[in-house]
Design a protein around this ligand. Structure first.
Ligand SMILES: Nc1nc2c(ncn2[C@@H]2O[C@H](COP(=O)(O)OP(=O)(O)OP(=O)(O)O)[C@@H](O)[C@H]2O)c(=O)[nH]1
Length: 173
């Protein structure tokens, strides 16, 4: 990776290895590293997943949980600090399901702009969704479309884009 201020966008399907690839990219930089987590644990399985992630991260990471205000968490990060945001699609889910949340398009635009002004080596993870059949419920279709638009906005501003396939990284930008 290298470069002091740059945005690397890591995309992939579920269990494609994107989180660990993104962590490796950040750990090439000197610690401390900031982890901005968007996941919220609603059930036991998610609790276990999050705990496993936290246990896998070595000392040197400090975590901020930001289910909605990722832009705020980025703004609160010191200049030059390596930052990993994992992941945009869970953030989008949180925005879409939040009763008094902001309009999805406006929020996506705002976050893409914040990510487009990196103040250090920043890496952001997102899911590539929609490669399968068209979902039969309206919310899933809205989510799929919003995720595609958000991913395009972030990729346009990223210095590098990596697509993860079966644990392998393909550099697409
Ligand atoms: N709240 C919270 N969430 C975390 C923490 N560490 C990791 N996560 C979340 O865990 C999620 C990723 O976990 P997984 O579902 O196992 O990864 P995946 O994206 O399906 O699989 P890969 O493609 O292999 O990364 C991310 O959305 C993170 O936000 C933490 O300390 N706190």
């Amino acid at each position: 990776m290298a470069h002091r201020s740059s945005l690397t966008f890591v995309l992939g399907g579920a269990r494609s290895g994107k989180s660990s690839h993104a962590e490796r990219l950040i750990m090439e930089q000197p610690a401390p590293w900031r982890y901005i987590a968007t996941a919220q644990a609603y059930d036991e399985e998610m609790h276990a997943r999050i705990a496993a992630h936290a246990a896998r991260r070595p000392a040197g990471w400090n975590t901020r949980e930001a289910p909605l205000d990722v832009a705020g968490a980025l703004a609160a990060t010191p200049e030059g600090m390596p930052v990993l945001v994992d992941c945009l699609t869970l953030w989008l889910t949180n925005v879409m399901l939040s009763p008094d949340g902001p309009d999805v398009e406006t929020a996506s635009q705002g976050l893409a702009e914040a990510l487009g002004r990196p103040r250090g080596p920043w890496v952001v993870v997102s899911n590539e969704v929609g490669l399968g059949i068209v979902p039969d419920n309206a919310l899933a279709r809205r989510f799929r479309d919003a995720a595609g638009r958000l991913n395009q906005m972030v990729a346009a501003r990223a210095d590098r884009v990596v697509f993860m396939v079966a644990g392998l990284a393909m550099q697409v930008k």
